[in-house]
Every structure is written in C-alpha cells, then in structure tokens.
Design a protein around this ligand. Structure first.
Ligand SMILES: [Zn+2]
Length: 398
C-alpha cells in the first residue's frame, strides 16, 4: 500500500484536536477493557499486533493507557537486526500515557510529585536510587536494563513496551508525572534528555560559554535537538553542518544562525574553510558530533580552533573505526574531548523544564515529529523510519 504520510499526519492532527477538545477520548475513569493490543516484534522487520489480557495489578503497580511513543534509532536497529537478541519483544521506550489504575501503595512519582489516576506520565530507563548515575555506571555494575520498558525480554504479561494500548509499570520503576506537558512534548522527552546530558558533558570541559562559536554536525533529530538545547541556554552563535538541505533549513528554526552543506565542498580543507566562513572567519570554539558516520568524526577536528572542545555523541552503537591524526587533530591543538551516552536521572528531570523553556522562546519542537502512525500501522512507521524520511516518527493511539 502506498502510504501518503502527509495525509496521515493531517488525519492524526484532526483526531488529536478532537481528543483534546470535547473529551471524546476514553477517559481514565471510563471502563478499562479486558485486553490490550501490543505490537510484538515477532521476527526481523515484522511487528504483529497481538491482544493480551490486562492482568490484575499488584499493590505497587501502575496501569497506563498509552497515548503515544516515538520510534528511536535503537528500535530501528532492533527491528532490522535484533542485536540484543530480544525477539519476540514489545518495543517502544519513548512513550507516554495516562494513569488509569494504581495499586494501593502508589502515592508519588520518582521525583516525589503526587501521582493520581488521570495523570500523564513517562518512564525512565535509569534507576531512581542515584540521580547522577549514568548508563556507563549501570553497565559497569551490570544492573542496567531492569526498568527499560520497550527493551526488555518479554514477560508473562507482555504489557512491557510503549508500542501498545496499555503498559504495566511495575513497582520500583522510575516514573514521572509530566501532566503539565502536551503529548508531543512528552513523546520528545527521551531523545531530548540525551541532548541535555550531552550539553552537561560539554560544560565539564569549561570551554562552552554564552558567546562560544558552536558547530553542530548532523541534523537528524539528535543534532536538531542539540541546537535547541544550546539555544535555550543562551548560546546564539551556532553553525549546523549536514548534507541535507531540508534539514539544514529546519536547523534555523531550532536556533542555528548559519549552515554549511558539506555536499557543496570538495574535500575536508574546503569544508573546514566553509565552516570558518560561516562563523565570519573563525573556527569553532566547541563542536558537537551528532552523526554516526566515521568520516564525520574524522572531519570534525578540522572545524575546531586550537584549545577548543568536542563532544562526541553520534556513536550510540558501534559504527566502526574512525581515522584521525592524533598530532594534528588533538595534541598540537590541545583539544578537550568528552564522550556522551544516554543520560542520568537528573538530566531526565531537567529535560521537562528544557521543553517548557524551548516553547517559551518559540522553538517549534513539535515540528520534529514529522510522521504519526496508528498502532496497527507500526510496520509502515518503521519502514518510513528506515528510509530516513522525515525526522521523529511516532506511534499515536486514537
Ligand atoms: Zn530512545
């Protein structure tokens, strides 16, 4: 079937408008059905939407009616190759929804905010015990993944991924009340937290300042959100680098002052000059590398001034080796580099405020969600994602 994505977006927008209007959507205090649909990845590149009974809740559990969930790069890797060996699995970790039922022991979210039926929530894959613990620490302690809804080995209930009608949030999981954010913002929390963390990592170098010249390479959702985070913290001199003119145009709406299309340059020397020209004759003080391309990593040092800084966050997964010249690229220039991966719980909570600030200064964050599909079209959603059409793709329940 030929899916006209623009039309789908239009239709979903209308449905959402109706939902937020006269209260036609099933309300929290309405009857809870006996079964829930769950999109199970049953083999490579194929989801089956299956129906499972909604179980009785334990005293510490929370039943959430799913409103929507973003498709993450990690989901796409799982769909294509199952690198974690999870099939059959219920995916979806960038999800959000409304509490419809709670065990009697549940009173507060992980930040101490009261929780009630009707509240809008998100889960977080980081434990609540230590707000500054990173994914790196979790891996080190070999305790990562316990709360990672949407990337868990399947259990008896199957309601453990956000690509579904209902999700069962078990007692002890990290959960936040984000009722003060709209649906699109809530779907964007998880990817935005990645950038809040990256910018926090960048700040540890001591190089990033209000008046820094900052280059952001890669204008997929991660690079574009990076620009937005920098912009909301008052950094104004941002140059975006990518090979896609449409994405580069959009980077201006997120806060980039100038852009450089690498396809218009022959060789790295010329490209570096292009970046320099975009800053009015200066190299960057700081660079964020947001592509998963080894060539992207090799090139970015050439955009940075002597004594400048680099945050590498593009390689969420192993994208292969990159070649650099340690003398010219790092030593003789005295570049300070930091790596960034996932986020801490503190970054996650910071992200709620980032989204409000972004809205307050008029950054069109919602435009990052370019495609919305209903749950039963999840295979189409993933195919669209793999074709790298649009930016953030989301499953939104009617
Ligand atoms: Zn994600």
């Amino acid at each position: 079937m030929d899916v006209n994505s623009a039309n789908i977006e239009q239709i979903v927008k209308q449905v959402l408008a109706q939902m937020s209007g006269a209260g036609t959507a099933p309300k929290a205090n309405g009857p809870i059905p006996k079964t829930a649909r769950v999109a199970m990845l049953t083999k490579l590149e194929h989801f089956d939407v299956r129906e499972f009974p909604i179980p009785e809740l334990g005293d510490d559990d929370i039943l959430v009616k799913v409103e929507g969930c973003g498709v993450c790069g990690t989901d796409a890797h799982e769909f294509k190759r199952d690198p974690f060996g999870l099939i059959p699995v219920a995916l979806g970790h960038e999800g959000t929804g409304e509490i419809v039922k709670m065990g009697k022991n549940v009173k507060k979210d992980s930040a101490g905010k009261p929780l009630a039926v009707g509240d809008k929530v998100v889960t977080c894959m980081i434990f609540k015990d230590n707000p500054d613990i990173t994914m790196f620490d979790l891996n080190k302690q070999n305790v990562g993944g316990a709360d990672v809804y949407g990337l868990l080995p399947d259990d008896d209930y199957h309601l453990n991924g956000w690509f579904s009608d209902y999700i069962l949030v078990r007692g002890g999981s990290t959960i936040f009340n984000v009722s003060d954010l709209d649906l699109d913002s809530r779907i964007l929390i998880e990817p935005c937290a990645v950038l809040v963390h990256a910018v926090e990592r960048a700040k540890t170098t001591g190089i990033l300042r209000f008046n820094s010249r900052v280059v952001v390479q890669g204008c997929g959702p991660i690079g574009l959100i990076c620009i937005a985070v920098l912009r909301t913290m008052g950094i104004e001199n941002i140059v975006a680098v990518d090979g896609n003119e449409q994405r580069l145009e959009f980077s201006h709406q997120m806060g980039a002052g100038a852009h450089v299309n690498f396809k218009n340059y022959k060789g790295i020397e010329e490209l570096a000059q292009g970046v320099k020209d975009a800053f009015g004759g200066y190299l960057a003080d700081f660079a964020f590398q947001c592509t998963g391309s080894p060539a992207g990593h090799s090139n970015i040092y050439k955009f940075i001034r002597n004594g400048g800084g680099l945050c590498e966050l593009g390689f969420f997964i192993n994208g292969g080796d990159a070649t650099i010249n340690p003398h010219f690229d790092i030593c003789s220039k005295e570049i300070t580099t930091v790596g960034s991966w996932v986020y801490t719980l503190r970054d996650y909570a910071t992200t709620f405020d980032f989204l409000k600030r972004a809205q307050a200064i008029g950054l069109p964050m919602k435009k990052l969600i370019t495609h919305k599909f209903p749950l039963d079209k999840i295979n189409d959603a993933f195919i669209t994602n793999l074709k790298q059409e649009g930016l953030k793709i989301a499953i939104v329940n009617e």
